[in-house]
Design a protein around this ligand. Structure first.
Ligand SMILES: NC(=O)c1ccc[n+]([C@@H]2O[C@H](COP(=O)([O-])OP(=O)(O)OC[C@H]3O[C@@H](n4cnc5c(N)ncnc54)[C@H](O)[C@@H]3O)[C@@H](O)[C@H]2O)c1
Length: 313
């Protein structure tokens, strides 16, 4: 089969493309190499893919690309491309979130419908939940995003539901919870923490370190995508992809210090608008509908990410 991975030069998309190639599929990967973070990291992410037979990279922007040509011969779409991150989604930054996350997704859904795509897997986010009334959150809880980024991820998720309900497009939305592991984006906490530990430079901690997160290893997220691509489930299904843990940020700082072999110097900063106090999901639906379970412990996942940071230096 031939699959389209959008955002193929990114943290998750590049590793998903590798997994699909490993399974014997052909992969068309599309990415606009947006300037959200350094292009060199994205080039490194796709470097290994260039040598693989069955892989083709298209450098294009989903907001204006010829999507009919892109989808020609494609069986499953894995839509990972987005403008990520909460903090830049305020004020004038919002226009990019709106166009990359909402408009681009609508264009891709419409083109997927016309092309008769068999399954459309959308990378949603735990940010759709905002600050919940109770934890762990389940897929039927009312989503109330706490950031403009979360609003755009939820809007695109609703578009997937609309194309499923009105037109029968077979969509699945996977709500990822704080993904970490090799190739993690440089704006994310584990990346900054490990770099700070290796350089013995201060790690900028926003808030008092009491934030709780349900950290999910990238390999587990990739596996959830592969399963969702072929699962026999209803169109419009929404599934949490989370390890199910509740780890306090302060403990992560200690765990990274242990993994690197020296404590991480911390520099305190005020809480940032849009950051939620806690994420925490139920993965019952993923277990039941996808046959998925998280396989990587936090300690093993941190060790894998530390190894990646050491190798790229
Ligand atoms: N990393 C996480 O913890 C996390 C959590 C929840 C949801 N997600 C979602 O998972 C997906 C992948 O996230 P990531 O962390 O790998 O981010 P990433 O920034 O590493 O990858 C996204 C890629 O999409 C590309 N892109 C953005 N806009 C595009 C456009 N208009 N046209 C073509 N390409 C475009 C970027 O260049 C980038 O390479 C995103 O949809 C994100 O919202 C990530």
């Amino acid at each position: 089969m031939t699959h389209l991975v959008t955002g193929v030069a990114g943290f998750i998309g590049s590793q998903l493309a590798e997994a699909l190639l490993d399974e014997g599929h052909d992969v068309v990967g599309v990415d606009a190499f947006t300037p959200y973070y350094d292009r060199a990291q994205k080039d490194a992410n796709v470097a290994a893919l260039h040598d693989r037979s069955g892989f083709r990279l298209v450098e294009a922007d989903l907001r204006d690309a010829d999507l009919d040509a892109l989808l020609d011969g494609v069986d499953v779409v894995y839509h990972q491309a987005a403008q990520p991150g909460v903090r830049l989604s305020w004020s004038e930054g919002f226009a990019t979130y709106d166009s990359c996350n909402v408009l681009a997704t609508q264009r891709l859904l419409e083109a997927s419908l016309q092309a008769g795509i068999g399954r459309f897997v959308y990378a949603s986010s735990s940010s759709v939940y905002g600050n919940a009334d109770h934890y762990p959150v389940t897929e039927t809880d009312l989503p109330r995003p706490h950031s403009p980024y979360g609003v755009t991820k939820l809007a695109a998720e609703h578009l997937c539901g609309l194309y499923a309900a009105n037109h029968g497009l077979s969509t699945v939305a996977l709500r990822y919870f704080t993904v970490y592991g090799p190739r993690q984006r440089p704006d994310m906490a584990f990346h900054k923490l490990i770099e700070a530990a290796l350089d013995q430079q201060p790690f900028p901690l926003y808030g008092d370190g009491s934030h709780v997160r349900d950290f999910t290893f990238v390999g587990d997220v990739v596996r959830a995508n592969v399963l969702a691509g072929g699962a026999d489930i209803a169109s419009g299904t929404v599934v949490n992809v989370c390890a199910g843990g509740s780890t306090v940020m302060r403990d992560v700082i200690d765990a990274v210090g242990d993994a690197v072999g020296s404590p991480v110097p911390v520099e305190r900063h005020p809480e940032q608008p849009g950051d939620v106090q806690r994420t925490g999901g139920s993965n019952d639906a993923a277990r039941r509908l996808l046959g998925w379970e998280p396989r990587t412990s936090l300690a093993d996942g941190i060790a894998a990410q530390v190894a990646w940071h050491r190798t790229r230096r």
